[in-house]
Design a protein around this ligand. Structure first.
Ligand SMILES: NC(=O)N[C@@H](CC(=O)O)C(=O)O
Ligand SMILES: [Zn+2]
Ligand SMILES: [Zn+2]
Length: 483
């Protein structure tokens, strides 16, 4: 199959395609041709030469998105999610790469389990990069064989779902992960402070009569991990940051030059603890949603380039479990199918981030942290692509999710911006936010979708009367570095 995407604005993080900028600092417009799963040519003027042509004017073409933090529950809890359903949710959301957490049942703590997971990942529509556990059985007592797990293909180590139990074990894990040459992904929580808590300790929790988790649970843990990283020199990545002071700790660590990176989730960027009163267990996750001041600090840190990537922490649970009372329901919400829409709606259309910066945080940013083969467009490289309509308005309907998980605090939200199509290795895997089962049918759906917007132009695709286009939307600004 040979096809050519024409007229899209192209986000090319490494400028490998050498497209001339459209205007000063703007995302360039161009054509991109794909054959046999690879990008074969790109240019401002590129003859189709018999390739199947798609008019993508008014849309944005980017490397397929990469998510460093998903829970696919496979093996062991496939009724919640499995490699295929999770992969379908990922491609529907525009993702071509995901890093799966190791807190499955059993956990990914031995080489044969990791090998089995890698073999079975071939059946998933998304590219799966498994992380392996730090401690056996996630028990926090003895380390896994990290060097052998890395050799067998673990891209990182994490006991996510639980923090490492004490500083001694965290320090040892840092020494061995350094030997193994792969970073640690750290869930920062102090259980002596968080135990029994349901949501963030504060006014909202008091009003609801629920036991709170103090912000210090995360802050104490992050301070510990940074101190140990300083001592050991280990590469650490801090997962799901949720408090303003955690952001300050990361800022200091980076100013010191420590090899520390951090992620933030769309829900922590969009919501506050007030959402729990409205959404109940659909807004219950770990770490819990914080205050408006926390949310603002996370947003500013993103805008300043302090936080390295946006990751979903897609954490599906069964309906029965999540429908229990708030204090019994498990922590975790799904996020793969809403992440791009929430980021565009909350962060780009509000003018906080320009589009290129937001896409960096979902592509090249995460790819660099784990050195994933993602987040770039190269002639000769794999055609892992997402075509985005930054102005498509759509309503979040969890019953239509490809994920088996249904719980999200964004249910019913009207979002602006969505993945129109996702290709993984040149294969069309999703159209219009839905996975593709039959590729020929998918192509027909995509052509119909694009024909429906024909003449929409660029950037007139914005519906008349909508919020004015932020001046920065098409700007291709380089990632800002913290002041
Ligand atoms: N985020 C969550 O609330 N839950 C995650 C675990 C985790 O990411 O810590 C899960 O596995 O369900
Ligand atoms: Zn976690
Ligand atoms: Zn997680």
């Amino acid at each position: 199959m040979r096809f050519q995407l024409e007229g899209a604005r192209i986000y090319d993080p490494t400028s490998s395609l050498r497209l001339p900028p459209a205007g000063p600092g703007e995302l360039p417009r161009g054509n991109l041709q794909v054959e046999d799963g690879r990008i074969v040519a790109a240019g401002a003027e590129l003859p189709a030469g018999g390739a199947r042509v798609l008019d993508a004017t008014g849309l944005v073409l980017a490397p397929g998105l990469a998510d460093l933090h998903v829970h696919f529950r496979d093996p062991g809890e496939e009724a919640k999610e499995d490699l295929v359903s999770g992969g379908r949710a990922a491609v529907a959301g525009g993702f071509a790469h995901v890093v799966t957490m190791a807190n499955t049942r059993p956990p990914i703590d031995e080489v044969p389990r990791l090998r089995d997971l890698i073999t079975r990942s071939g059946a998933s529509p998304v590219r799966i990069h498994p992380a392996a556990a730090v401690t056996r059985g996630l028990g926090g007592e003895s380390l896994t064989e990290m060097v052998r797990l890395a050799e067998a293909g673990a891209c990182a180590f994490t006991d996510d779902g639980r923090p490492l139990p004490d500083a001694r074990m965290a320090r040892l894990a840092m020494r061995y992960s350094t030997l193994a040459g792969r970073p640690l992904l750290l869930h920062a929580e102090d259980p002596s402070l968080s135990a029994g808590g349901v949501m963030r300790l504060g006014l909202a929790a008091t009003r609801m009569g629920l036991k709170g988790i103090p912000a210090t649970s995360e802050e104490v843990a992050i301070a510990r991990e940074i101190a140990l990283a300083r001592e050991t020199g280990a590469r650490i990545h801090l997962q799901h940051l949720s408090t303003a002071r955690a952001v300050e700790l990361v800022r200091q660590a980076k100013e010191e030059g420590l090899p520390v990176t951090a992620e933030v989730t769309p829900h922590h960027l969009a919501l506050t603890d007030e959402a729990v009163a409205r959404w109940g267990a659909s807004a219950k996750m770990n770490p819990p949603l914080g205050t408006a001041a926390d949310r603002e600090a996370l947003r500013q840190a993103l805008a300043q380039g302090l936080i390295d990537c946006i990751a979903t922490d897609h954490a599906p649970h069964s309906r029965e479990e999540k429908d229990q009372e708030l204090d019994l329901a498990p922590f975790g919400v799904v996020g793969l199918e809403t992440a791009l829409g929430v980021v565009l709606t909350e962060l780009v259309h509000t003018g906080l981030l320009d589009l290129a910066r937001a896409l960096h945080l979902l592509t090249a940013g995460p790819a660099a942290i784990l050195d994933l083969p993602a987040g770039r467009l190269d002639v000769g490289g794999p055609a892992d692509l997402v075509l985005i309509d930054p102005w498509e308005r759509w309503t979040v309907e969890p019953e239509r999710f490809a994920s088996k998980g249904r719980h999200t605090p964004f249910a019913g939200a009207v979002l602006t911006g969505r993945a129109v199509a996702t290709w993984v290795g040149g294969r069309l895997q999703a159209v219009g936010g839905r996975p593709v089962d039959d590729e020929a049918e998918g192509w027909r759906a995509l052509e119909a979708h694009l024909a429906g917007r024909a003449g929409a132009g660029d950037p007139g695709a914005r519906p008349a009367g909508e919020t004015p286009e932020p001046r920065s939307l098409w700007r291709a600004e380089r990632a800002r570095t913290p002041a």
